[in-house]
Design a protein around this ligand. Structure first.
Ligand code: SF4
Length: 618
């Protein structure tokens, strides 16, 4: 039985409800359950900061079991950069602890009168005073809450916002478990709008029912063997990608003004893991050598202790802003995490500010004297604090790349890297990998939907569209809510063992085909939500810089923009969506069992007109 904790922050009350089994089977958990609740309960016209917006912390059926990396969870809400649906996943322990404390999801509505945090334990929810935590960074907040509630270090999972979320910076994140981040589309700002500083789950003493535990254990070992083979390179951290990407033109350098970055080697794990001090901090049941705390031991930032950044953070705070010192990149990554900002959006923003400054679009009088030249690490750090506090230029920059570039004017929006829905991409130069531009622009969950995929022709419009249409297992995996590394689902699209694991846990008879149908059902539900909340095809396009041609580097990729309209139309057609509006066609929705949604999007096609919302088959 799926148990949902409902918390009304306005009334400071909570209740528990059980979700009907049919809904659970059709939407699984995590992203799927969150998407269904969001669609049913957040009506068009409700803005991201409306008290009626929902903030959903959602786990899935695997969380808290012996499956490796099953401590993850996802936050589903109406996000503030795109104004559309968002799903942002974080690894760590929270997903396991939430379930062991008696709940599969926590749905937060309303807004507290003053700063509050939610403590979930023993099948109960407590709303506690968080006023003393205001202004504290995410690391300090986590420590103070653990001190207040007592117990051992790993008895609590704390996910919180920093100053950026409190001040409603539109790319504020939610950070917890010592450096895991739900980053995308301003989930931290939504949390801040509810005056909710943190959500805490106790380790809990509950038991997760598994129908066939011994077979699950054996299958987990098999899955780990596959993932270890696939993720061998990750033994050097995800920043091993610099050594690969340098040959493919996908390292983002100086706001995409160049693709030359010869001094990348110190940013790879091969260098810094052998020079700096590392202490492992793995997630729930994960044996992979991936997450570490890192202490910088050389250079101007020696002594900095931080969560080891992922590739995207190293890219943001290295080549993207024009500097190559790994200690500086680690310090800036840590600053972003402590303030509670998304490292991707923040990196693109800082790079745009630096290009604007170098070109005279921004001057010292705009930056309060900060010299925003390429590679100025201390100026970048100071500007991050201004953004989190919405001080001076930081107030404009806190709106994210697209809106900030429009407000700065003087041609800045020609320099901004974003999709026209309102968010920046991940910190890669997708111009040499068009699949990820199309994926980012058309994603219905506020970030990339499919992610990097092996395919042979990165600059072929036909191949790009075909690959994106074929590789749609991510939504299913994000509804199970397991980490992509131990589940080997980042590059590998097989779902056979995950489906078998689901059946061993639930006693279901799911097939791989069911998994794909479920993924498509959820994708179409998210798309329907976004259409009803204002999504139009003109917003599904890269900005001129994001879609521009590369000027140098190993690939010198041409501009995707010349193919964009036809690629988008082909993609819509392949998805069974109307090619002029991007709306899922009635027959597409009905084939997925979404008749109610078809009635909402195409009222003329429904016998009884648009459906009435809650109470229908979900
Ligand atoms: S691979 Fe890394 S992020 Fe994923 S579960 Fe393991 S330690 Fe956590």
């Amino acid at each position: 039985m799926t148990r949902v904790l409902r918390v009304d922050l306005t009334k400071m009350r909570s209740l528990t409800e059980e979700m009907d089994p049919l809904t659970c089977e059709r939407y699984i958990g995590g992203l799927g359950i969150g998407a269904r609740i969001l669609y049913d309960e957040v009506a068009p016209g409700i803005s991201w900061d409306d008290t009626a917006n929902h903030l959903i912390f959602s786990a899935g059926p695997m969380n808290g079991t012996i499956i490796s990396g099953s401590g993850s969870f996802t936050i589903v809400t109406k996000g503030c950069l795109t104004g559309g649906a968002t799903s942002s996943q974080a690894n760590g322990y929270f997903g396991a602890f939430l379930r062991l404390s008696g709940f599969d999801a926590a749905v937060l509505t309303g807004a507290a009168e003053d700063w509050t945090y939610l403590y979930i334990h023993d099948g109960k929810a407590e709303l506690r005073d968080a006023r003393r935590l205001v202004g504290k960074d995410t690391r300090v907040t986590e420590t103070l809450i653990k001190e207040e509630l007592g117990g051992r270090e790993r008895d609590l999972s704390v996910f919180c916002i920093g100053p950026a979320g409190e001040n409603l910076a539109k790319f504020a994140s939610v950070v917890g478990d010592g450096g895991h981040v739900a980053a995308h589309n301003g989930v931290g700002a939504v949390m801040g709008s509810k005056k909710l500083k943190a959500v805490v789950a106790a380790r809990g003493t509950g038991v997760i029912e598994v129908k066939e535990p011994e077979r699950l254990k054996a299958l987990n070992q098999k899955m780990l063997a596959i993932s270890k083979a696939e993720t061998k390179e990750y033994e050097q951290g995800t920043s091993f990608l610099f050594a690969v990407h340098i040959h493919h033109g996908v390292i983002p350098v100086r706001n995409l003004t160049t693709n030359e970055f010869p001094d990348y080697r110190k940013l790879t794990g091969e260098y810094y893991r052998s020079h700096f001090d590392l202490t492992p901090h793995p997630c729930w049941r994960c044996p992979l050598k991936h997450c570490h705390e890192i202490k910088v031991t050389e250079g101007p930032y020696a002594g900095t202790v931080a969560d080891e950044p992922e590739y995207e953070s190293f890219a943001s705070w290295g080549p993207l802003i024009g500097q190559e010192d790994p200690g500086a990149a680690i310090m800036l990554s840590d600053t972003v995490d402590r303030l509670g900002l998304d490292t991707n959006e923040a990196g693109w923003l800082m790079a745009m500010v630096m290009e604007c400054y170098e070109k005279g679009i921004l001057t010292d009088s705009d930056t309060d004297g900060l010299k925003m030249t390429w590679g100025n690490v201390e100026a970048a750090k100071a500007m991050l604090h201004k953004i989190a506090g919405r001080e001076g230029l930081g107030d404009i920059l806190a709106e994210g790349v697209m809106r900030a570039s429009q407000k700065i004017g003087k041609g800045a929006s020609e320099l901004g890297v974003y999709v026209k829905k309102g968010q920046a991409p991940r910190s890669h130069d997708h111009r040499a990998r068009w699949l990820e531009i199309l994926d980012t622009a058309t994603s219905d969950c506020g970030t990339i939907a499919v992610g990097p995929q092996r395919h042979q022709e990165p600059l072929s419009p036909r191949c790009v569209v075909e690959t994106l249409l074929k590789k749609r297992v991510r939504t299913f995996v994000d509804s199970l809510v397991v980490c992509m590394f131990p589940s080997a689902t980042m590059l590998n699209n097989r779902t056979d063992y995950l489906v078998e694991m689901l059946n061993l846990i639930k006693g279901w008879h799911y097939t791989e085909n069911d998994a794909l149908t479920t993924g498509l059902r959820i994708d179409n539900l998210l798309r329907a939500f976004n259409i009803r909340h204002g999504l139009t095809p003109d917003l599904e396009a890269p900005s001129s810089r994001y879609g521009s041609a590369q000027v140098d580097g190993p690939v010198k990729a041409g501009s995707v923009l010349q193919h964009w309209d036809s690629m988008l139309a082909e993609y819509y057609k392949g998805m069974g969506w109307d090619i002029t509006t991007g709306k899922p066609l009635p027959e597409t929705l009905k084939s997925l069992g979404l008749d109610d949604v078809a009635g909402d999007l195409w009222p003329e096609s429904a016998p009884g007109g648009p459906s009435a919302g809650k109470g229908r088959d979900r």
